[in-house]
Write a protein that binds this ligand. Sequence first.
Ligand code: ADP
Length: 457
Amino acid sequence: MQVFTSVLVLSLCFAAFVYSHIKDYKSRKADSMSSIAQVIGANSISAIDFQDNDAVEKTLIDLQKISPEIINATILDTNNHVFESYTKPGMDSFDFSKGAAKKNITFYQSGYLFVYNTIFDNNEKVGTVCFRVELNELAKIKNTQYSISIIILIVGCGLAFLIGLIVQSYISKPLLSLVHIMKEVSKTGEYKRKVSPVGKDEISTLSLVFNDLMSQILESQKRKDEFIGIASHELKTPLTSIKAYLQVIDSIENVQPQKQYVQKALENVNKLQQLIYDLLDVSKIQSGQLHLNVTSFDMDKLIDETIASFQMVSTGHKIIRAGGSLNQVISADRRRIEQVLMNLLSNAIKYSPGKDKVVVHTEKNSGQLVIQVEDFGIGIEKDEYDKIFERFYRTKNNSILISGFGLGLYICRDIMKRHNGKIWVESESGHTSFYFSLPATSVKSGELANVEKVDNM
Ligand code: ADP
């Protein structure tokens, strides 16, 4: 852009300069030729009066010595007939009689300068001096001007390009890196990112404003998380009490429809309790307080027990285990791993309405235990594979039809991260599979990421 602007400005400057220089040259040339014509006219008055053609001819020939660019010089009489004429050797003769009606005029035509100057003797016209002047010098001047302009233009462009490069490293580079960070932040939601401002110019001010904005976002997120944490905590105790009373009534009440009402109420209290537990987990993740209670346990046993307890409450879907036993004892937080599996099973059932099965595949692969929960439900678009693991994200195709808060997978991802494991999804042609993998070795508690022996829940 800078180079383009420089080329444009330089070209315009040179065009203006060359135009004014040539115009000035032409006007000076016309003036000087006109003066010569006047002198020749004045010197020829007596020769014309005495019809002395030889004297006029000599004057015209001598003219060549002062101004060799005059290629035709003619003196016309009062009737515009040629009185005497001179043509430079090797040049064409020229008939000036047609232009003789014009008085004292100079003009440029067909690459020549034409001069007509009337000769007066005591205010009486006695003839006209006419010149046709070749403009070789003008052509030379033009060529020189164009060459100089082109050379300066090339040098100017080179300089503009160099300066552009230097300016870019000072202005565009920090600006582009700021834009890059902004894009990353908007994509990843990592508001902890900061830029280090350099210097005291507008870009460094922009960087400071950006950092300030990020701090404000972080602060408001922190306050929101604190509020969620406190609110969920405050709701947990009364809800536990309500649940306990409902369970007591459920155990002693046998009359319908009262028993059915109590069970319905219990069902909804359970859902509410689950949401509160999820919100508490999110709050712990945000504040770095989600700790693991590591024990050693048999993975097959955990999977079978989780499937069995799930099968009891979900009658519509058959939960099938495939892939054989893992025969692996691992060190991990049993309750958290169970939470991940339960979440995936719950989603598999929830998001495959009208289908009748969910399959749990297990395998040991390159030192990893891989557990796959497969359903045949509504599926997930590829561009949402990563987003569903973000907080409060729900896919476009189910957000209205199927209830949920978009917290479960976010918690699962964090639990897997803390176990040095992975969680991911693949969805194609009516099959949706959520996978999670854990190191197959019996890991000592100290080797796990962020592990503490006591879980606060
Ligand atoms: P929730 O189910 O409460 O909305 P999750 O975090 O468990 O929250 O899931 C996030 C989103 O991922 C869900 O809202 C849903 O859109 C999508 N999802 C999860 N599991 C499945 C699945 N098995 N099939 C289709 N979509 C799913």
